[in-house]
Design a protein around this ligand. Structure first.
Ligand SMILES: CC/C=C\C/C=C/C(=O)SCCNC(=O)CCNC(=O)[C@H](O)C(C)(C)COP(=O)(O)OP(=O)(O)OC[C@H]1O[C@@H](n2cnc3c(N)ncnc32)[C@H](O)[C@@H]1OP(=O)(O)O
Length: 695
């Protein structure tokens, strides 16, 4: 578990526990013994610690967290390193993470290959760096950098680590040779100043301010997660408590987190994320099927999904032909792609070099012929089986025989798309989630004809574009949407039974979902649900009407159709279940304006009809009835007074708008009197029954 060798006066301790050299119990025992051996050996004047194979240790063994703890603990072993009078050098390559970085922080020196990464990802499995990481990193970097790294869990590359002082030097070439060379250069130097426990935190005087800043950041950014909050508390303790007291605080918080349900769930998610890559399907699996090489790709459709998919492919270095049917759509698509990539560069998420390369890889086109030689096509047009079949048939005739043809459909049967071609084995689904450049899931779908080689290839592409890919068999809604179906449908039924979108969303958001079903629907587009519903009905030979409440004996919501018919398609139209500041906007506010207008303007219209028909003689009659009959607030003066304040022009115009949109509600037929009063700018004092005939 730890290979021990002596090179002149330098002992090299090489952790050997593939695949990631995690500090399992056997490794801790082996390391403990090797350290003792090197300390005792009088010929040894310096010690190098490194990892065999692909990496420096990537942390504690997460699988052991579910088992009873076995001594020695990591901290116990690591403390020997700092105490020894022989200089200890951590020679880092690959990923030096969690307990691996803690080990390095107990060493007197740290050197790293330029491509190495260091970090404390513990927060992502619901814990904190519990082997003194929260106390030692701030002593090296200051609180700000330590808070950032520990609460985010982000890995940083060696050059950034060098800038923060986490490593002392970068090297190229062989790890052991570099370690030995460096160890020789520091063999006789004093070590007191190299022991982090002796150091103080440089920005300790700002501890309160920095901790408050990060506390509010993590509460906002990682709403509902416990670990980031405890990370802030533990890191702050490095500045406010003596080292040993800080360690005790870290240990208390660590024990609490380890026992929490959140950490167990996050660890489950960590292993599940890896387990899904071990896919299987009839006739093959991840071990037997080999992916085909993919270099050039095409995306058909430059809408929301198509552009998002193109961004993923471009960022991963694939050439992308973006195909649209007309110049305007194509130009808009290219603009969207550029906007997404530039935004990501501004946020520091995409390196400039990647963005520059992406720009050269994008090939906008309106000609299908340009797609003839690509290796992979992803079709992302709207959900319509006939249209997709038509496109696939065209592609089949035009593309080289090896091209894989995939659809980003979220629900349509891949078998029925595949049968439009003569290469069903090379047809599959690649279902991205909106926004495609951001959401990590990629649902890959095989039909009865899809070959394991095709599945292997799209799973491989998924990995290369940074997605977590799952492979599923084609069925109605596939996995994600099929399971989400009842969730979405029940949400609609709840509205029909009296709940509001805000109420439903907040229940789910309080549970921990970043967005409730209605905000999510607005984001994906409410036309999708409608189109899925109509396509499904069509496939069953059923014609749905506005008031259809059942489809094949199943309850369906009339709201799906209503929202579609009213153009409330979500963010893209600036209104859905919520209102947005502009079409494509992100700021969801309950549509208060429309609620108010629809409730008030409809009855104001009725008020003018009441005047028109002489049911009431004056607007005052109406207003007093409201004040005393319906407790209308006196400070608003009554609905007719309110109408006057808003202006009859605006009211009339909005009433016409709603009449157009809701032709089946007679209360929206505009009052003739209202029109005349507004056209003639008649003051309120002259509104009364009979005014109509005088105008
Ligand atoms: C009581 C505790 C005291 C002290 C506190 C210390 C805490 C810790 O150190 S917690 C662990 C911190 N480290 C991590 O969280 C790193 C997790 N691993 C990764 O991020 C990645 O695996 C990697 C970046 C190191 C490598 O990525 P990649 O090359 O893509 O490989 P895989 O992710 O597929 O991993 C390969 C294989 O290794 C398993 N594995 C990875 N890390 C660990 C680990 N720390 N413990 C146990 N097993 C680990 C991973 O699950 C894969 O195996 P399977 O495919 O069988 O699942």
């Amino acid at each position: 578990m730890v290979d021990y060798s002596v090179h002149g006066q330098v002992a090299v301790l090489e952790v050997n526990n593939p695949p990631v050299n995690a500090f399992s119990h056997n490794v801790r025992v082996g390391l403990d013994r090797s350290i003792d051996k090197a300390i005792k050996d009088t010929n040894v004047k310096a010690i190098v610690i490194c990892g065999k194979g692909r990496t420096f240790p990537a942390g504690a063994d997460i699988r052991e967290f579910d088992q009873p703890h076995k001594e020695p603990s990591l901290t116990l072993v690591f403390e020997k390193l700092e105490k020894t009078t022989k200089p200890v050098v951590a020679a880092i390559h690959g990923t030096c993470l969690g307990g691996g970085l803690e080990c390095a922080l107990f060493c007197h020196y740290r050197i790293a290959q330029k491509t190495a990464r260091v970090g404390f990802p513990e927060v992502q499995i619901g814990i904190l760096p519990g082997a003194a990481g929260t106390q030692r990193l701030p002593r090296l970097t200051g609180l700000h950098v330590a808070m950032d790294m520990i609460t985010s869990g982000r890995h940083i590359f060696a050059p950034e680590a060098l800038k923060y002082g986490i490593i002392d030097e970068m090297f190229t070439g062989d790890v052991i040779n570099a370690g030995i060379k460096f160890a020789k250069s520091v063999m006789n130097k004093p070590l007191e100043d190299r022991c982090l426990m002796n150091k103080t935190v440089k920005d300790a005087d700002q501890a309160d301010q920095i901790a408050d800043e990060f506390m509010s950041l993590v509460k906002r950014k990682y709403k509902g997660f416990e670990a980031p909050i405890d990370c802030v508390k533990a890191v702050k303790a490095s500045a406010t408590l003596p080292y040993r007291e800080g360690l005790k605080m870290e240990s208390r918080l660590m024990q609490k987190l380890l026992l929490s349900g959140q950490s167990a769930a996050q660890r489950y998610a960590f292993f599940s994320e890896r387990a899904v890559s071990r896919w299987k399907m009839p006739g093959g699996n991840f071990q037997t099927a080999k992916p085909l090489p993919i270099k050039s790709t095409a995306v058909i459709g430059a809408g929301t999904m198509g552009t998002g998919i193109a961004v993923c492919l471009l960022n991963a270095g694939y050439q992308v032909y973006l195909l649209e049917q007309n110049q305007k759509f194509l130009e808009n698509g290219v603009k969207t792609i550029r906007g997404i990539i530039e935004g990501s560069v501004r946020l520091g998420k995409t390196p400039m070099a990647v963005a520059q390369k992406a720009a050269t890889l994008l090939k906008p086109t309106m000609k299908y012929e340009d797609l003839a030689d690509v290796d992979l096509v992803i079709e992302a047009v709207y959900e319509n089986l006939s249209l997709k079949r038509e496109i696939f048939s065209k592609l089949d005739k035009l593309c080289k025989p090896t091209t894989l043809l995939c659809s980003n459909t979220s629900s349509l049967d891949i078998d029925r798309i595949g049968t439009a071609t003569k290469r069903g084995d090379k047809v599959a689904g690649m279902h991205f989630f909106a926004p495609a450049y951001y959401m990590r899931l990629l649902e890959n779908i095989y039909s009865t004809q899809t070959s394991p080689t095709t599945a292997a290839t799209i799973m491989d592409v998924g990995r290369k574009i940074g997605k977590v890919s799952v492979l599923v068999k084609s069925c109605q809604g596939f996995l994600a949407n099929r399971m989400r179906g009842p969730f979405a449908v029940e949400a609609y039924f709840l509205l029909e039974e009296g709940s509001t979108p805000q109420e439903v969303d907040s229940v789910m958001e309080n549970l921990g979902m970043p967005m409730g079903p209605f905000k999510t629907g607005d984001l994906s587009g409410l036309d999708i649900g409608y189109k899925i519903q109509t396509e499904l009905a069509k496939s069953k030979g059923v014609e749905l009407s506005v008031d259809s409440k059942f489809l094949m004996g199943e309850r369906i919501s009339t709201l799906t159709r209503t929202m579609y018919d009213n153009g409330r398609l979500g963010r893209k139209t600036g209104k859905g279940w919520y209102r947005y500041e502009k079409p494509g906007g992100k700021l969801a506010t309950p549509d208060e304006e429309e609620i108010l207008e629809r409730l008030m303007y409809s009855c104001i219209n009725e008020g003018f009809k009441i005047l028109e028909e002489g049911v009431a003689a004056t607007p005052e009659d109406i207003d007093i009835s409201w004040i005393y009959g319906f407790s209308w607030p006196k400070y608003l003066g009554g609905p007719m007074y309110y109408a006057n304040r808003i202006g009859l022009d605006k009211i009339y115009q909005r009433i016409c708008y709603y009449h157009e949109n809701f032709p089946y509600s007679s209360h929206w037929i505009p009052s003739r009197l209202l029109l005349k009063l507004s056209e003639n700018k008649v003051p309120m004092s002259q509104w009364c029954s009979g005014t109509d005939s005088k105008l």
